[in-house]
Design a protein. Sequence first.
Length: 314
Amino acid sequence: MAHDHAHIDPESGDRRVSLAIWANALLTVAQIVGGVFAGSLALIADALHNFSDMASLVIAFVARKIARRPADARMTFGYGRIEIVAALINYTTLILVGIYLIYEGGMRMIDPPEVAGWTVVILGAVALVVDTLTALLTYSMQKDSVNIRALFLHNLSDALASVAVIIGGTLIILYDLRWVDPAITIGIALYILYLALTEIGGPIRMLMLGSPPDLDAGAVVEAMNNVDGVRDVHHVHLWQMQEHEVALDCHVVLVGRDWSDLEVVKQEVKKKLANDFGITHSSLEFETSANAHRGASLFGHKDDAKSTGEEPGE
C-alpha cells in the first residue's frame, strides 16, 4: 500500500486559505449582527458554525507555516503535530458550541420570539455564496490533507445548512412560523455535534500514538517476516509522527546465530517497508537466534525473558 500525495504550491495554497479565512470572518460578523438584529438564533447558530470553520482555517494556515520549520534539539520530530493538537481543541470547542445551541434552541422553542424573515433569507443567501466559494478554494488542496479535506467537507455542509436557514426564513415570511427558527438551530447544532464527534477520533488517535487507521499492522508484520533472513519480529510500534509520516520501530530476529547477514536483511526490510507501506522512518533493533527475547510481545513492550548476548541496532 503506497502513500503517494499530489502536492500544491505552498504559497498558492496559503493564499487560498487566507482568502477563505477573510471570507468566513466577514460572513461570521455579518451573520451575528444580522442574527441579533433579526432576532434569529438560526443565523447566530450558522455564524458560530462558520466561525468554527474560520478557526479551523486559521489553524490550518498557521500549522502549514509552522510545520515547515525543520526539526531541532527541542522538537526532534519537527513541528507538524501542532496541527493535530489544534484540531483537537477545535473539535472540543465545536462540541461545547453544539451543546449550548441545543439548550438555547430548546428555550426558544418554548417561547419563540419574533424573527425578521427577510434578514434571515438575505444573510442565508450570502452565507450560501461564501460557503460555496470556500469549498471551491479548498477543493484541489483537500486531496493532499486530511485537515483541509475536513474544512472542505465542513464548508460543503455549511452550504446545505445555509439552504436550511433560507427555507426557515421563507417559512417565517409566508406563514409566520416562528418556531421554525429555533427548530433549525437545533438541527444545525445536532449536525455540528455529529461532525465533531465523528472527526475528533482522528486527532485523539494520533496524539495517543495510535497506528494509522488505513494501515494494516498485521500486514506490515507479515511483510517483514517474509523477508529472507528474518526469523521473527516483535516489540512492534507503529505511529504517525505527522499526518503523512508513519514511523515504525521493532526488534528483528535473524535466522542465523551470527551477524553476517545483518546489513543485507536490514536494507531489505527497510526497502519493503518503504515500497509497500510508505514507511520511510524505521528504527530496527536486531537479535540473533542465540540472543533473542523469549516470550516477547508482538506489539508494544511487556516484561519478558531475554537471553544474554550483544545486540547491535540502528
